[in-house]
Design a protein around this ligand. Structure first.
Ligand SMILES: Nc1ncnc2c1ncn2[C@@H]1O[C@H](COP(=O)(O)OP(=O)(O)OP(=O)(O)O)[C@@H](O)[C@H]1O
Length: 564
């Protein structure tokens, strides 16, 4: 490997190649298998991972899957998942990554839209593919990973072992694909919390920028060990010279994870880094509190994907050594990470959040430019026609930077609505609203599509932003969480706040609670006028984060309730 190859090739695998040369026998990936309280681990070092992914790349190409083809990858985190993904990148085949947690209907839509040429999956995925017709009409080759003899037979697919055999027969040194930084590297689907998931086109340059951010803004160094609970992030480990330790859990439903498995993996490998989403942070924090568990090796915790509550971070932090921070990251599939705030600084903002100032998501990551613009549902073609809003004014969050995606896959309308041309580089409209404060910190005030405009007939009376309103009501001890929605009453649109009760506090009288919440609303100008509440037994939320409230569903429910 020459230095020139590394510098001029935007393929993420050059980092793996480099690690294979500089630290060949160091651990790259360990995968845990838990059974009745005992743990086994499968391990692979950087050199073997590099070799194995080379072999798979050769095998895939020789098998007839040419460069530029698109391959759905539905493989659970395992050694094979890592070697396959790196193998695909090396071969120049574009992986399509979907979260199985998004549900059958959404998955079908994702496959119809992304038109995969190849389907690579575990037996369960193949059985679903065959029954539900996923990829019918576009998929030409199917490859199965793992399973029992019967399961393999049911898949009616070529086995990964066959691909490896084909690749092994070719003993020539493999030259990985050398894409340009703007070439498509992968298609990643959003979680679909505001509608149908959208395929985000990832370029090699975006992955590169994410790796840079992890190195420079998060301070990750080679030789570290990461408890990898999210498949995409776990891929960055080996690219950073950091080992990914994969615990035995269902990554698409983190809330169902067994904390004992995760604690054991951290202990076994003395993990210095953890990537956890807020749902898992909450679950692990509760378990840690019960058993007085300590995570002595952990030096850094990265939380991303959805807002984490201060109480959950505080509880979790009790397991950490003093001065170890939970780094809260803000971003979206389309652009990640955008900003970050450490837990110490976050705790100092909690009073402002409770008063309705939004959630502080910190300062921009280096090389990211954040602007706030006037809220509109229309497409904006050119940045030259936009005047950003001054500090402290709520508007749409717009971002620019090397990790910002430039388009959705085959979704012209969505691309038109989300991208703004700025001298041939596109800025991304996050679909969130918020503001920048005088210190340049970003405050999130909710999703644009969830704003409630109170109206008399068609005339707008007042605008309510979700997070600033809801956080005021959430300070009431009987409230676990709340969600504001718009309901039509006699031709007018009125704000209604749905309440999920805190089960630890008994609520004997809903009338008294509503009175107390109305009085709370009257205390702040931005919540004044809210006086309708409904108690909901259990908010519909996304499975991955257990935090993103499906407000569209709640609005329908609230409308029906109001009519009853
Ligand atoms: N730290 C954070 N604090 C508050 N909200 C966050 C944070 N991180 C992410 N989010 C929210 O999550 C969104 C990104 O989530 P993701 O990319 O998974 O897709 P989604 O928005 O849930 O799905 P879709 O775009 O299909 O509706 C952000 O736009 C923001 O609303």
């Amino acid at each position: 490997m020459t230095q020139t190859t590394v510098d001029t090739n935007a393929n993420i695998c050059v980092h793996l190649q480099r690690a294979a040369h500089t630290m060949p026998t160091e651990l790259a990936v360990a995968v845990q298998q838990a059974k009745n309280g005992t743990f086994a681990y499968q391990e692979i070092d950087f050199n073997r991972l590099h070799q194995q992914s080379d072999t798979i790349a050769k095998g895939l190409l020789q098998y007839g899957i040419s460069r530029g083809k698109k391959a759905v990858l539905m493989v659970t985190p395992s050694i094979e998942f890592f070697s396959l993904t790196f193998g695909l990148f090396k071969a120049g085949i574009i992986p399509i990554l979907v979260d199985p947690g998004m549900g059958i209907k959404n998955l079908k839509q994702c496959f119809a839209e992304s038109q995969p040429d190849v389907f690579i999956g575990i037996p369960k995925a193949h059985v679903a593919r065959r029954i539900l017709g996923w990829g019918k009409g576009s998929v030409e080759q199917v490859i199965n990973v793992g399973g029992t003899r019967l399961q393999r037979w049911l898949t009616n697919a070529t086995q990964l072992e066959t691909i490896i055999q084909i690749g092994s027969r070719n003993t020539q040194i493999f030259d990985m694909a050398t894409p340009d930084k703007d070439d498509m590297a992968a298609i990643l689907f959003t979680s679909g919390s505001t509608g149908t998931p959208k395929g985000v086109v990832y370029s090699h340059g975006m992955f590169q920028a994410q790796i840079n951010a992890l190195k420079h803004d998060y301070g990750i160094t080679p030789g570290e060990r990461d408890l990898a609970t999210f498949p995409l992030f776990s891929l960055f480990g080996p690219a950073l010279g950091m080992a990914s330790i994969v615990p035995d859990m269902d990554a698409s439903k983190p809330i169902t994870a067994n904390p004992a498995n995760l604690f054991a993996a951290i202990e076994q490998y003395q993990c210095s880094n953890m990537f956890v989403n807020p749902a898992l942070l909450e679950r692990l924090g509760q378990a840690g509190e019960q058993t007085q568990h300590k995570l002595n090796s952990v030096q850094r915790v990265i939380s991303a994907g959805a807002p984490a509550t201060i109480s959950a971070i505080k509880r979790f932090s009790q397991m950490l050594n003093p001065n170890v921070q939970v780094l809260n990251s803000y971003g979206a599939t389309e652009s990640l990470p955008i900003s970050m705030i450490g837990s110490q600084a976050l705790f100092n903002t909690s009073d402002l959040t409770d008063q309705g100032k939004g959630i502080c998501v910190g300062k921009p990551i280096s090389s990211v430019d954040i602007s706030i613009i006037a809220i509109t549902d229309n497409p904006i073609e050119d940045w030259d026609n936009v005047t950003p809003l001054p500090a402290n004014q709520i508007g749409e969050i717009v971002v620019k930077g090397p990790m910002v995606s430039q388009a959705y896959y085959r979704r012209l309308k969505a691309t038109e609505h989300a991208k703004i041309n700025d001298n041939y580089v596109y800025r991304h409209r996050m679909g969130d609203v918020g503001y920048l404060d005088d210190d340049g910190q970003l405050w999130m005030c909710g999703r644009k599509g969830h704003i409630v405009d109170a109206k008399r007939g068609k005339q707008k009376l007042k605008r309510y932003f979700t997070i600033p309103c809801e956080r005021v009501f959430n300070t009431h001890p009987q409230v676990k969480r709340s969600a504001i929605v718009g309901v039509e009453v006699a031709g007018d649109t009125v704000p209604v706040v749905c309440i999920e009760l805190n089960k630890e506090v008994v609520c004997s009288n809903s009338k008294a609670l509503y009175q107390a919440l109305t009085a709370l609303a009257e205390q702040y100008p931005h919540t004044q006028g809210i006086n309708r509440f409904l108690i909901h037994p259990d908010f519909p939320v996304d499975v991955r984060h257990n935090a993103k409230i499906f407000r569209e569903k709640l609005a329908v429910w609230a409308q029906r309730k109001w009519r009853e």
